[in-house]
Ligand binder design. Structure first.
Ligand code: IMP
Ligand code: MG
Length: 168
């Protein structure tokens, strides 16, 4: 494994994202919607660095096919518990790869008529897009590597690493 982003680099970037997001949502309460499982550590850090009031909820999505790549079919396997109508919602994701997962989730959540719907992703691999999807806030743009750590896994391993590593 090769280190791509150190704990320090990640924390500095997450702090900057939290400042920017808190500023954009000044005077509002934000409902953070974490995408399980990969986003749980990013969301925990982001939520604690934000200065606006937040509520938290989670969804879980499954994509069929191989373990390391999205195949194109997505379904919601764990739904939200908080209704979105009239809320300012920020989806919190670990990584956008093909874009298929978030495009699907965005459509599902938009239909529930939140007051606003934004997306933050810690990592973005724009070179791998199969469908057009852009996050409102991006931590780091990275090359096409399979990465683990800071919530991201390979077959459920490595989620608890403090840095982000390229799996070779
Ligand atoms: P997408 O639908 O292709 O954008 O895939 C997004 C999901 O695939 C992410 O939420 C991750 O769960 C998984 N994924 C994509 N790339 C990586 C990676 O480099 N490491 C770990 N998981 C990844
Ligand atoms: Mg994910």
């Amino acid at each position: 494994m090769k280190l791509l982003l150190s704990e320090k680099e990640i924390q500095r970037r997450v702090s900057a994202l939290a400042r920017r997001i808190s500023k954009d949502f000044t005077g509002k309460e934000v409902l953070l919607v974490g995408v399980l499982k990969g986003a749980f550590i990013f969301m925990a850090d982001l939520a604690r660095k934000m200065t606006t009031p937040v509520k938290t909820d989670f969804v879980r999505l499954a994509s069929y096919g191989s373990e390391t790549r999205s195949s194109g079919k997505v379904k919601l396997t764990k739904d939200l518990e908080i209704p979105l109508a009239g809320k300012d919602v920020l989806v919190v994701e670990d990584i956008i790869d093909t874009g298929i997962t978030l495009k699907y989730l965005h459509q599902q959540l938009k239909a529930r008529q939140p007051r606003s719907l934004k997306v933050v992703t810690l990592l973005d691999k724009p070179g791998r897009r199969q469908v057009d999807f852009r996050a409102d806030y991006v931590g780091f743009q990275i090359e096409d590597h399979f990465v683990v750590g800071y919530g991201l896994d390979c077959a459920e391993e490595y989620r608890n690493l403090r840095g982000i590593y390229i799996l070779k």
